[in-house]
Ligand binder design. Structure first.
Ligand SMILES: Cc1ncc(COP(=O)(O)O)c(C=O)c1O
Length: 372
């Protein structure tokens, strides 16, 4: 075990397993990542069973227009194939949309995923934050938010559900925001990386709104819900034909491999896997949340996605120490101190199998809830 590991100042992304291996001398195969927000069921059974039969596909270039893949995505997401753009993970599409909008001033929620700000600044723009208030459990006050919109802004980025708060904006609320943004000439990019984990009855996805609003693009990926971050397959949905044309001009050809294209076609149709994932996450989300609510030394915020944000209320520990405690037992949680507006009093973890979740809860409880 690395001596002095507690003192290191590194903060780990959910994908930093190699770094963990190096610092803590724990094999990455022995780590359960509660930090990467990835579906605990692993890769879709359909995909696993038949991808190897398609290996010859790499002998040819994929269809440059990815027609079949876009049709399958359109059927899955409830839109038309003309409205779908595919990319090398949602990361490529975040970059392409921001390049296309070339915003001078962008508005982003705080705390939220960090990649948007990096892309805006790479294009020479500046970012301002709308702070989600802890006192309001990080829920957005829609009227207050709309009052902050103005003509100087050209881009709004909303992560919905939001990483790391696991809070969400409903479709009805999104309409109000989109109407206000139309008035001020603001383009809206909604990152729905985690939306498929939400309860469909809550009507959170903005995909249906792409039929009504041309100032909207919705981003999705396969890294989290389909447990395929190494595949690098993402997509965007927009009703804005100009945006689609501009993105096609900028995007390199064939950024999605033939195998990723086939994998997409297999997994989006794996309805049994999709159903099983939804049920598992729905029940673990409610179960873990209800347990944490009974602890006296933490505050939890009602989660809508497949992860939960936890605030540490006691002075006796913090996120650095809990990260260290958990990783030494082969469980990696997210220390949230690097997120804007959070601190070393916040951790985030995703829902894994019931057994793994119980193991993590037992360890956290032993440190957080034990007598002084
Ligand atoms: C909110 C959000 N958007 C996008 C990404 C990147 O996704 P992808 O692997 O599809 O590029 C992540 C990854 O952690 C994320 O949390």
């Amino acid at each position: 075990m690395a001596k002095g590991a507690l003192r290191h100042k590194d903060h780990f992304h959910g994908s930093d397993l190699e770094l963990i291996e190096e610092i803590y001398h724990i094999r990455k195969e022995d780590i359960t990542s509660f930090s990467a927000n990835i579906n605990p069921l692993g890769v879709s059974g359909n995909l696993k069973a038949s991808i190897s039969e398609h290996i010859d596909a790499i002998q040819t270039y994929p269809d440059r227009d990815y027609r079949q893949l876009r049709q399958v995505i359109a059927d899955y997401a409830g839109t038309r194939p003309d409205n779908v753009i595919v990319g090398n993970g949602s990361t490529e599409l975040i970059s392409l949309i921001i390049q296309t909008c070339s915003p001078k001033k962008a508005l982003i929620l705080g705390p939220s995923y960090s990649e948007y700000e990096r892309e805006v600044s790479l294009k020479g723009g500046s970012t301002i934050y709308y702070r989600l208030k802890e006192e309001k459990d990080f829920q957005m006050d829609i009227a207050d938010f709309c009052a902050h919109l103005n003509d100087n802004l050209d881009l709004l980025v909303l992560c919905n559900p939001n990483n790391p708060t696991s809070t969400a904006i409903s479709r009805r609320e999104m309409r109000t925001i989109l109407d206000a943004c139309l008035e001020h000439g603001i383009f809206v990019m909604v990152d729905e990386t985690y939306v498929e984990f939400t309860d469909p009855e809550e009507k959170i996805s903005s995909v249906p709104l792409t039929n009504d609003y041309t100032n909207l693009a919705v981003l999705r990926g396969t890294s989290k819900f389909f447990a395929a971050p190494g595949l690098r397959l993402g997509y965007a949905i927009t009703g804005n034909a100009d945006l689609i044309r501009q993105i096609h001009t900028l995007q390199n050809p064939w950024t999605i491999s033939s195998l990723a294209e086939i994998a997409g076609r297999l997994m989006f149709r794996d309805t049994a896997y999709i159903q099983e994932t939804r049920e598992l996450i729905k029940s673990e989300r409610a179960r873990v949340y209800n347990i944490l609510k009974t602890w006296k030394n933490v505050k939890v915020y009602e989660p809508k996605a497949n992860f939960i944000l936890v605030r540490i209320l006691t002075e006796k520990t913090d996120a650095d120490e809990l990260f260290d405690l958990c990783i030494r037992s082969g469980m990696m949680i997210r220390n949230c101190s690097t997120f804007p507006f959070l601190s070393s009093k916040y951790i985030r973890f995703c829902f894994m199998s019931p057994e793994d979740n119980n193991r993590l809860l037992a360890l956290l409880e032993s440190r957080l809830e034990s007598a002084e």
